[in-house]
Design a protein around this ligand. Structure first.
Ligand SMILES: Nc1ncnc2c1ncn2[C@@H]1O[C@H](COP(=O)(O)OP(=O)(O)O)[C@@H](O)[C@H]1O
Ligand SMILES: [Mg+2]
Length: 265
């Protein structure tokens, strides 16, 4: 992405030139993120989804702690988004992983903040049929990464292959319970500071969706950040605590459905 970074659009260049930054390689989405002292520049391939994300981020201002858009432009097929920097630490920071009580309390609080948003004028809605169509395309064109799967998905007692999983997803579509959904509610996308939720980032999939979509991805992320999937193990973290903190019984069918759907992306 060298050209992309050396060829910044003028509005972005004017605001960032000469300022020190660090390049963040935390995400796995193929985007480029530069973290400056007070703001963050994210560059990724422009597509309808990203264009809509900009609308959703603007709509969220004042409703939820999200980065404020300072400048954004599309140039040569890339979206440049300069936004304010969220303060605090990611939920997966060692600090919180070593404080499971505070971590699960704040994650539950983050979900409640999302669910409290009035969705009547939300500019985007998650469309399960469209997701399944995209999943179908990915399966048919061998774009599914079989090395990045939950062990049980295609393991013993699991699905034979992605085609069989896809058919199962078509046949078991849950009835949604619509709320405002982050869409990628994993620990690195939620920030905490001083006992509060300080921000939500990476909003490309945010919009109206089933309440259980974020619960499913949040539960899986909490589990994987604790069980050694990313290197470290935190024995004190019990992902089931999330349901206790939310005061709800887990709907394992829906949780499983959305985790399985995500396997094909
Ligand atoms: N506005 C922001 N404020 C603070 N940190 C950010 C911000 N945007 C991105 N980051 C940092 O960069 C990482 C990757 O950014 P993200 O938007 O999540 O990209 P990806 O799509 O690659 O996951 C985040 O996990 C976070 O550490
Ligand atoms: Mg991210």
């Amino acid at each position: 992405m060298g050209d992309v970074i050396n060829n910044l659009p003028e509005s972005i260049r004017n605001l960032t030139e000469g300022k020190p930054f660090e390049t963040n390689d935390f995400g796995k989405s193929g985007s480029l993120v530069r973290v400056y002292d007070d703001y963050v520049l994210k560059i990724e391939k422009e597509c309808p989804k990203i264009a809509q994300m900009v609308d959703v981020m603007r709509w969220l201002e004042g409703k939820l702690p999200v980065p404020k858009i300072l400048a954004t432009e599309v140039k040569d097929g890339y979206r440049y988004l300069l936004m304010s920097k969220v303060q605090g630490r990611m939920a997966c920071d060692e600090y919180y992983m070593n404080r499971p009580e505070e971590l699960t309390t704040l994650l539950a609080e983050a979900l409640r903040m999302l669910w409290s948003i009035d969705i009547s004028n939300c500019p985007k809605t998650f469309d399960l049929s469209a997701e399944l169509e995209e999943a179908k395309y990915r399966v048919e064109h061998n774009l599914v990464d079989l090395d990045d799967m939950e062990p049980e998905t295609f393991g013993e007692g699991g699905f034979k292959n992605p085609q069989e999983l896809l058919q199962w997803l078509y046949d078991h579509q849950p009835v949604p319970e619509p709320v405002f959904s982050h869409g990628d509610f994993c620990l690195p996308n939620v920030f905490f500071e001083n006992g509060k939720v300080s921000g939500f980032i990476d909003l490309g999939d945010a919009g109206i969706a089933d309440r259980w979509y974020d619960i499913a991805l949040g539960y899986r992320s909490l589990k994987h950040n604790a069980d050694g999937t990313y290197g470290k193990t935190y024995e004190g973290v019990n992902p089931d605590e999330l349901f206790a903190k939310l005061g709800i019984e887990p709907d394992w069918e829906k949780i499983r459905y959305y985790i399985l759907l995500d396997e094909l992306f």
